[in-house]
Design a protein around this ligand. Sequence first.
Ligand SMILES: Cc1ncc(COP(=O)(O)O)c(C=O)c1O
Length: 467
Amino acid sequence: MYKSEQLAHSLKLLIENGTWKAHEKLPSLRQQVEQSGLSLITVMNAYQELEAQGLIYSKEKSGYFVVEQNSDHPTTLHVINETVEINSVVFKYLKSTQSEHIIPLGSAFPNSQLLYSAKLIQTLGQLARQRRSYEQTPSLPPGNYQLRKIIAQKYAMQGIPTDPSDIVITSGGLDALNLSLQALTQAGDYILLQQTIFYGAWQAAERLGLKVITIPEHPEHGIDLDAFEQAILKYPIKVCLMMLNGQNPIGFTVSDEIKLKLAKLLNQYQIYLIEDDVYEELYYDQKKPLSMKYFDQQNWVLHCSSFSKILGAGFRIGWVYAGKFSEHIQHTQLMSTLSVNSFIQNALVEYLSHRHYEKHLKTLRSTLQRYKKQYFNYLKTHLPEQCHVNYYPSGYFLWIELPEQVDSNEIYQHMLEHGVSVAPSSLFNISNQQNHFIRMNCSFEMNEKIQNALNQLIYIIGKSVRS
Ligand SMILES: Cc1ncc(COP(=O)(O)O)c(C=O)c1O
């Protein structure tokens, strides 16, 4: 045994036998060096080993602390203490699938043909001829007042009292998430993520140097509230970032009952939630699912959304219901993007004020529902029986579970060679334990080209399952 392992082992015993209690501070590295006579590097290695085992955690400039042990509930949390590293994987993936010749079944964007709105194009044309649409000043942070008013009214219609001053317009949903996270955290802080989540959340954690605790998905409820509470009791988590409606990549929507319980926990433990709700309009049921903001009586939720999934990501218009963090977020905006495109903000004000928008949403939802059902039926019929296709009534993704021994990264590589992209689960889950899932974009009409692509996928998966 190395000296560092020996030290880690003896410290571990002190934690396990309760000599050191939950959240108690460990001797500093310097004190430990003095006490043990070991070198600084050996002591550091031992502490890092304990941190990796989830027994201790570090707080910037404060030292190391004991993690709370909970023996009633087996630990299912995943701790990523090192800096998150996913951006280069995502970058490589996006580059490899960017060509217009690739059939984009792995894309996060909905089929742009479905987003095309003649009325919006007409509005853009009309505004392009008016000088006032180019005025910059009214669109500076927090963004166009009329646009914020329309967004505030949409919240109010869902029973969420909102003032335009609560809203900050951002360059899409991703910018809203990043700005919110930046407003609430500092490098080295712990945040909580769902184990499998949109890679943008991981990229934001990487960019801001945050440590990540993940909780597993609950097979029935989507969110595992026990794991959530356990994580909060064990780690000094200030902020969580989650998707509760049409979750990307899996697709589930969390029930109102669970959302209400989650809101109570946020309030009880004083934890902020950044809610990523960019798929909020793509539900298939009669009623739009409520956001966590609805259940949030004490302002612990920052709700982020955008028009990207319904009008096109190219417009780059999103927003955050920032409440008291509005000013903080505007400060950060002024140092980075300055303002969101003023011409597009003006055009959206015009377009959203008319009934065409609601009509567009209705058509979009029913088309996506029809396409997704077709893909689902086809895959369910033709994939090997060991595969499971998860279907949820919202959005345009299917989440396909392959047998555990099948590596979805290999499937992605093979499909790419045949000019088709699919999204492997390693883009959404960095634990390296869930490599057997694929996210499929079903927003393209099931024509011969798509059917050939699906047949190729079915063939490649079948081969991997048999080998
Ligand atoms: C879950 C999720 N959040 C945020 C975004 C980013 O949205 P936007 O294009 O509005 O920045 C995406 C885009 O794919 C997404 O899937």
